[in-house]
Write a protein that binds this ligand. Sequence first.
Ligand code: ADP
Ligand code: MG
Length: 209
Amino acid sequence: MARGRLIAVEGIDGAGKSTQTTRLAEALRRAGLDVVITREPTGGPHGQEIRRRAAAGERLPADRELELFLRDRDEHIRGVIGPALAAGRTVVTDRYFLSTAAYQGARLGDPEALLRRCEARFPIPDLALVLVAPTEVGLRRVGLRGEAREAFEEEASLGDVARAFASLERPWIVRVDATGSPGEVHRRLVDAVAARLGLPVASVPGAGD
Ligand code: ADP
Ligand code: MG
């Protein structure tokens, strides 16, 4: 059986990743693909620890924080992503290792080095869609989400993260303008997936178009 495809949706907080991941997965399902939707940090023990600390505003030392993300991803690949790809399924993940390269890379000072380390350790995605929006748009949308703001969602550090995302170049990275309505962004993503992966995918209607 042919290995399935791995699509990552990436970008800063509030760029619209969770909204767009759900909708892209729906569009891929309607195109007849067997789709697994997943996210990072995961619901596993390391992912839960990351989310708990973020919600409490607790910041670990940078190297410990990085280690948690890497271990969470090891488990994600072993338990979810690897088996799904081996079974020929299409995996759409809300964040993947480009987020580690951008967030922990911004904090540690070398996003490119961290990206190389991730490429050596984890399956390289067939496509990483980076949603690009100004930090003030992301922060405004995070405010709309109605959750407590997290330590990493302050504008100054989010600017560093945005610059780290912008600095990373790979053949499998596609940047998509994430401003405009959810429907506009969705159609841009669908076009990028169709063009890059040669899939017969079409946009689906949704709320807020
Ligand atoms: P992320 O997962 O990247 O942090 P979300 O998908 O959770 O972002 O979106 C953050 C908030 O912004 C949510 O309340 C969502 O409904 C809203 N939102 C998402 N995309 C758009 C958009 N294109 N325009 C306006 N609001 C949006
Ligand atoms: Mg999200």
